[in-house]
Structure formats: C-alpha cells, structure tokens
Design a protein around this ligand. Structure first.
Ligand code: ADP
Ligand code: MG
Length: 323
C-alpha cells in the first residue's frame, strides 16, 4: 500500500470532512463528487496544503501528517495552469527538477517529458502563447519533472472545452500507464472518472459514500445517492408492483420496451404493464423514453422509437437494485 488516509478530519465553519481509505502503488484513483463535497480539501490534506484536525496521512509506511509540502514528494496540478509566465515552456519544466542534476540531464529529461505529454518542439515557446490544453500539458510535465512519488490532479481538465477534455483525459491515463505512477484525480464529472480510473472514491457532503470500480458501482450502487449520482435511473416503489415496501432502482438501459400485448412475466423479468409513453428524446444512437407507470416516472433507453402510446416494460430482475 502506498498511501493510507486514516481517520482524517477537517472542519471549517459550515463544513466538516471525514475520510479513511488507502491507495495501492500504481493505482489511478478518481475522487468524484458534487461541487462543495470536500474533494479539494481532501487533496489539500494529502498534499500538505492544509493540516487535519485529527487523523493520519501515511505515505510509503511513513507518517507524513505534519510534514512540509516540499518534503512529501507529491506533485499537484490544479485547474488553473499556474505556470511561470516569464519563462519558456522548457524553463518551466527544468525549473522543477532536482537541483543536483546536470544541465544536460535536465535538458534531456525536459525533452522526454515534452514528448510524453505530446508537446515535442515546444521547449522554446513562451508560456503565454499556449492554448489551455497545451498549458495544462506543460503543467503536467512540470509536476512530473520533480519525479514525485505520487501525483494529485484537482479538476485538471475543468477549464477546457469538451473535445479537449476527452483527449487530455486519455493522455493522462496513457502517461499513468507508461510511467506506472500513482495518481489521485479529483473531478465532479462522472464520465471523466469512469474513463480514467481504476477505482473511484465517491464523496457526498464531506463523507465517503462509496469506494470501488466504476462499472461495479454504476451497476450495483450501495446507496440511493450513489444510484442517482452515478447515472440516470428510476426509483420505483415496490408498492406499485405489489412487492412490499421500499424501492427498486434500475438504469434506463435495463428496461426493455415491449409493444406486444401479451408480455409474459415469468420469473426472470419484472413486468410493468401499460406504461404510457410521455416523451421521447432522440439522442443519436438511441432514444431516451420517459414513461408513466401508475403515476410513477420511468426512464428507458431504446434503440428504436416506440410506436404505441401504451407499452409494457420488462426489467430483468438481476438488474434490480433494492433500497
Ligand atoms: P470541492 O472541491 O468538492 O468542490 P471543497 O473541498 O473546495 O469542495 O470545499 C468543501 C467545503 O469546505 C465548501 O463548503 C467550502 O466552502 C469549504 N471550505 C473550503 N476551504 C475552506 C476554507 N479555507 N475556509 C472555510 N471554508 C472552506
Ligand atoms: Mg474543488
């Protein structure tokens, strides 16, 4: 285990955070949660930018809770690029390197890092001439130049437009895989977390709501918050199908729309008869269909446009989550 966060606590006037988790060497962890849930605070506690009220931070088996930031060997990249404006791209990177390195070592290292982030030939460029995506890649190269034990990324792509965000998240994952470096990445964008991470830590209001692999958490959310935060879906009261108290939760893609009259229930499927189609949204590769079943709204994802006003819905019981 590379990093252990053991019962860490931090309180501000109207907010308190509490967390325990560990990170394996070489893992790519995404901390995902809505704005204001405490993601940046947690990262700041790991980096040493903030001091916890209680708890321990252990890196490589050594407690670093009170250690100065510079001594931790942890790199951090923020949403804003924070490059040195009066230095070239190359200088920004070599500046972060170990002072004991020779000029030649630094230059070779810098060129290799620029190639790694996909900015070959940019070393002489002025920082102010870079686009947002380029600047963020320089920031990444600069943080790697210090050869950190671990890299923290706080919403590194938030300031970029959608296509650049998608390209760069692939690049970051690629850099992780090539270097084998441990990364903790903070984002409020679930698709970004799904795309890059080995495991996700989902936070809500200062607490960890769940930890696990994205696919597993999406398909089998442990709590109603995880169910709704990790994607679309329907909470259907079990009463509406005369199956007791509580709720079923299922994803839109788990719902089959059947336009046959006599849909047979069997035991494999939960069948919702005579659901009324309320709205159909064309989404390119599929249709998002909103339906009314006994006064409850159900969302289904369909490859074809339903033609009838009343349809039957079939949900494989395997795909039902129970709350
Ligand atoms: P996130 O990064 O998930 O959006 P933050 O960790 O930045 O959330 O903030 C969590 C909460 O803590 C917010 O309510 C924020 O206002 C509060 N907070 C963060 N830093 C401070 C601070 N230095 N002083 C007081 N409150 C703070
Ligand atoms: Mg933040």
């Amino acid at each position: 285990m590379l990093l252990e966060i053991d019962g860490i606590r931090k309180s501000y006037k109207d907010f308190s955070l509490e967390a325990s988790f560990s990170v394996e060497e070489g893992e790519f962890i995404s901390i995902l949660g809505p704005s204001g849930c405490g993601k940046s605070t947690l990262l700041a506690l790991i980096a040493g930018l903030e001091k916890p009220d209680a708890g321990r931070v252990v890196l490589d088996g050594k407690e670093i809770t009170g250690m100065e930031i510079q001594k931790r060997g942890i790199g951090i990249v923020f949403q804003s690029y924070a490059l040195f404006e009066n230095m070239s791209v190359g200088k920004n990177i070599t500046y972060a390197m170990d002072k004991k390195k020779s000029g030649k070592e630094k230059k070779e290292g810098m060129l290799a890092l620029l190639a790694l982030v996909g900015l070959k030939g940019y070393e002489k460029r002025n920082v102010s001439s870079l686009s947002g995506g380029e600047a963020q890649r320089v920031a990444l190269a600069r943080s790697l130049a210090a050869e950190p034990r671990m890299l923290l990324l706080d919403e590194p792509l938030s300031a970029l437009d959608a296509p650049m965000r998608r390209r760069l998240r692939g690049k970051i994952r690629d850099i992780h895989d090539r270097l084998g470096i441990t990364i903790i990445h903070v984002t409020h964008d679930r698709e970004e977390a799904y795309a890059v991470s080995d495991r996700m830590i989902v936070m809500n209001a200062g607490k960890i709501e769940g930890i696990g692999r994205a696919e597993e958490m999406y398909k089998r959310p442990d709590t109603p918050f995880l169910a709704s935060f990790l994607g679309e879906g329907t909470f259907l009261s079990k009463k509406s199908v005369s199956e007791g108290d509580g709720y079923y939760f299922f994803r839109p893609e788990s719902v089959l729309i059947s336009e046959n009259e006599g849909t047979d229930a069997g035991s494999t499927y939960l069948v919702l008869k005579n659901a009324k189609v309320m709205g159909i949204e064309f989404q390119g590769s599929s249709y998002s269909v909103k339906l009314n079943y006994n006064g409850e709204m159900v969302t289904a994802l369909s490859n074809t446009r339903p033609r009838k006003e009343y349809v039957n819905l079939m949900i494989m019981r395997n795909f039902l989550n129970i709350f």
